[in-house]
Design a binder for this molecule. Structure first.
Ligand code: CP3
Length: 356
């Protein structure tokens, strides 16, 4: 594909995945079965992942196209999911943009010097696409391997990235983040605008290299009220999603604890709205008319007896049928302790129950 012009590469029809159930469901087109993939499907729930990652730091593994390719393919081979998600992390573009950070196993992203002043913001530089050439390379390797199976690209949304940058690491209450947001709105908006710019560049690199869809993860935005979301976050998430309007790939917008934010998140420019397990998909569908939905099995249900898993899968498929399209997923990422054989059974069950 390297010889194609970027216009040809980004035209949806030119992608061999346009007829896939995943892309069709994202567009609200009829499908032969409900497509299914899992957030965090690549990772610690898989012994083959733990083996490959032994002795390699998380950020280092993200910079190695050979490892990224293999790790991304592992869950596709094992579970037979309908889409692959690119193995990387939401912190990768910030690392590439010059922020001193690490991803610590069992903790998450840790930022050496948190961003709390205008002077700190200077350390968050715009992203030079050349600084993530390893992403371009890995996406090209992967799309060649995957053929008609779509590859989903992704990035962290401005609020969730800001939370890690301002707190310096994972946070339960986002106190420093909110102190900055309410206390220095000018700096807040400058920071989120910078993060939106980095995110947009990062997603454009993935799209130009061949991903079939993108997901914007705003994992922690459920910490905000709808009014604050609209004032402090929505314009910046919109800059990312609307910046991709002409890219020709479906845009999925996901957050956790977002029941009352779903309409605003759809308005930010999403095609598909990701829903956590707290909001039934039929209720979500009413909140975002015209939008396909993605979700929303509680990741903890995978630890319950199989009869419960089966009951929940049936319920979610029934509720998902009320939306213009449904992509089956968990309501948040696969937990590391999950038995991967249960995930494979869920894929089989979704395919069997939804076949039409
Ligand atoms: O399979 C996939 O979904 C693709 C890979 C992926 C990772 N991170 C790999 C990863 C994706 C899509 C992400 C996104 C991500 N990263 C989010 C948004 C999704 C979500 O879960 O809400 C967030 C908030 C992060 C930040 C982050 N990075 C966290 C919270 C952690 C886990 C910390 C821990 O160890 O418990 C990471 C590290 C990380 N990212 C791992 C993986 C596989 C674990 C690292 C390891 O194996 O040592």
């Amino acid at each position: 594909m390297a010889w194609m012009s970027s216009a040809e590469q980004t035209s949806p029809g030119s992608r061999p995945t346009a007829g896939s159930t995943f892309v069709r469901a994202c567009r609200g087109e009829p499908v032969t079965h409900t497509p299914v993939w899992f957030m965090r499907q690549a990772g610690r729930s898989l012994p083959e992942y733990r083996e490959l990652r032994a002795g390699v730091r998380m950020l280092e593994s993200c910079r190695r196209p050979d490892l990224v390719t293999e790790i991304t393919l592992q869950p596709v081979r094992r579970h037979g999911v309908d889409a692959a998600i690119f193995f990387s992390d939401i912190m990768v573009p910030l690392d590439a943009a010059g922020v001193d950070l690490d991803i610590v196993a069992g903790t998450g992203p840790v930022v050496a010097e948190p961003v709390r002043t205008m002077a700190d913001l200077d350390r968050v530089r715009p992203l030079d696409p050349a600084a993530v050439s390893y992403v371009d390379e890995a996406v090209r390797l992967l799309t060649a391997e995957l053929g008609e199976t779509p590859l989903i690209g992704f990035a962290g949304a401005p609020f969730t990235l800001a939370s890690y940058l301002v707190e310096g690491g994972p946070s339960r209450n986002h106190t420093q983040t909110k102190a900055l947001m309410y206390g220095d709105p000018e700096l807040w908006h400058a920071l989120l605008a910078r993060l939106a710019d980095i995110t947009l560049t990062f997603l454009k690199v993935q799209i130009a290299a061949g991903v079939s869809a993108v997901q914007l993860f705003d994992s922690w935005v459920g910490a905000l009220s709808e009014a604050d979301y609209r004032e402090y976050v929505l314009p910046h998430s919109r800059a990312v999603l609307e910046g991709l309007t002409d890219a020709g790939v479906p845009r999925i917008h996901f957050g956790v604890g977002t029941a009352l934010l779903l309409p605003a998140m759809a308005q930010a420019g999403a095609d598909v709205v990701g829903v956590d397990w707290r909001t039934p998909l039929d209720q979500a569908a009413k909140l975002v008319p015209g939008h396909p939905v993605q979700g929303n099995l509680d990741p903890a249900v995978l630890f319950a007896p199989w009869e419960v898993v089966e009951r929940e899968v049936r319920r979610i498929l029934a509720e998902g049928r009320t939306a213009p399209g449904h992509v089956f997923n968990l309501g948040h990422g696969v937990l590391p302790e999950t038995d991967p054989t249960v995930l494979t059974r869920v894929v089989e069950l979704v395919h069997e129950l939804s076949a039409r």
